[in-house]
Structure formats: structure tokens, C-alpha cells
Design a binder for this molecule. Sequence first.
Ligand code: NAP
Length: 230
Amino acid sequence: MKKVFITGIGSGLGRAFVNIFLENGYSVYALSRHLPEDFKDRVKFEKADLLSLENIYRSADNLLAGVESIDLVILNAGLLTPLKDIHDTPIYEMNRMMDINVWANKIIIDYFIDKKIKIDQIVAISSGASVNGNRGWHGYSISKAALNMLVKLYSREMENTHLTALAPGLILTPMLEEFVLRADEEKFPSVKRIRQSPKMSPEEAADRIFRLIPKLKEFESGSYVDIRKI
Ligand SMILES: NC(=O)c1ccc[n+]([C@@H]2O[C@H](COP(=O)([O-])OP(=O)(O)OC[C@H]3O[C@@H](n4cnc5c(N)ncnc54)[C@H](OP(=O)(O)O)[C@@H]3O)[C@@H](O)[C@H]2O)c1
């Protein structure tokens, strides 16, 4: 049975990923704050708040002790805080995004390397915000740009694992609805563009990414790939 490890399954894309991998017969391992009721007994789950960096390594070990190989790792958990100018964004708020969007992933990848768990493929969920630098995306843009580089750097060290930082396109999830679609479109022009653009449901996005995963291997390991451009 194939194994997938996913972070952040409480809502949005991560939750939809669990459904599609279960439907396709995968054994699902998840680290997250919340386990949706319908996944109880169907997912190997360890409760983890990825903001508590000091606990992540132990949580990963509680979940994965004895596991020797994993086919696919999806680093999905992410944090965006309300759009605002970077001038108005305190560093402590940006650090929270760095912790979840970057450093939590470093700790998890380090765990796999330390424990010599064989990983065939890692897909870190990045964002178009990592490269387009639109007004108002503050520490989220910075953290996703850092995530792209984190993935590239690990690709140099992990010869037997294929890594991708994947921008998944626009998906109607709590993150997009709460922090982007409610923001001021006069001040932040990207908000208007996003309102007018087609958006996927989490299920559509998870299905599209699921089917794309083998194709990602055609890109050089460590690449940033935007789903809208392939
Ligand atoms: N929606 C979009 O249009 C879009 C576009 C580009 C990139 N993305 C990226 O896609 C990924 C999924 O986001 P989403 O849109 O599905 O948003 P979401 O519904 O807000 O989901 C965020 C996920 O991250 C997890 N998470 C957040 N804080 C956490 C914490 N402290 N500890 C552990 N897990 C935490 C949540 O799980 P728990 O609640 O269980 O903790 C949740 O499953 C993120 O990396 C996001 O940056 C989304």
C-alpha cells in the first residue's frame, strides 16, 4: 500500500488531499492541529501545532516511528494573516508565517533525513505570492519565497528524493475567503484580480494536483512550478 504524509488537514486543500488519497487506496499519515470527524480511524494522525517548532520533531516521531519509506510527502500546512502593507506588519506576525510556512517544513524534512526514511517525492505547497510581490502580501510572500529556496537547497542534498515547490492556483478555502477576498481591493489591486479570476474548489484542486504528481518529476528536482503555467 502506498504511503502519503500530509501536513495541515483540518480544512481547505489539505482536507481534500486526504479524501483523494484515501479514495486511491493510500495509507495516510498526517500532522495537523485538527482531525476532521470523518477521518477518524481512517488516517494515522498526530496532533501538532506547527507554530510550536520545538515539538514538531517529537510529533513526527510519534507518528512515524518504525516507518521505513514514504512514497509522497505533501507539505501543505500554511498560514496567511490579513493583507496589509509591509510597513504595518510587525515582525512577530511575519515570524509566525516563517515558522509554519518554512521552518516547520525544515524540521520535518530533517526528521526524514535523520531517521533515514526513504522518500520518493516531496511536494511543498508554495504560492504565486512567492514570486509576484503584490502589495499587501507581507510576510506571506517572504515566507513562500523562502520556502521555494528551502526546497531547492534540500534538492541538492537529497539525491534519491524528487522535490517541488508547487503553486496550486486559486482555491476557495478559508484562507482565501477570510484574508484575501475580504481585503480592500482599492489598496491591494491583486484582490480585485483574484475576485474576478476563476477559482477551484479544494476538491478540484486536490484532484488536479493528485493527477499532476507523476508529471512533476519531469521538472528538475528543487524547481518552483506554478500549476497555471503547465
Ligand atoms: N487557497 C489558495 O488559493 C492558495 C493559493 C496558494 C497557496 N495556498 C497554500 O495552500 C496551502 C493550504 O492552504 P488552504 O488554502 O487550504 O488554507 P486553509 O484552509 O487555511 O488551510 C490551512 C491548513 O494549514 C493548517 N495549519 C494552519 N496553521 C497550523 C498550525 N499552527 N499547525 C498545524 N497546521 C496548521 C491547517 O490545519 P489545522 O487547522 O488542522 O491545523 C489547514 O489544514 C497553504 O500552504 C497555502 O499557503 C493556497
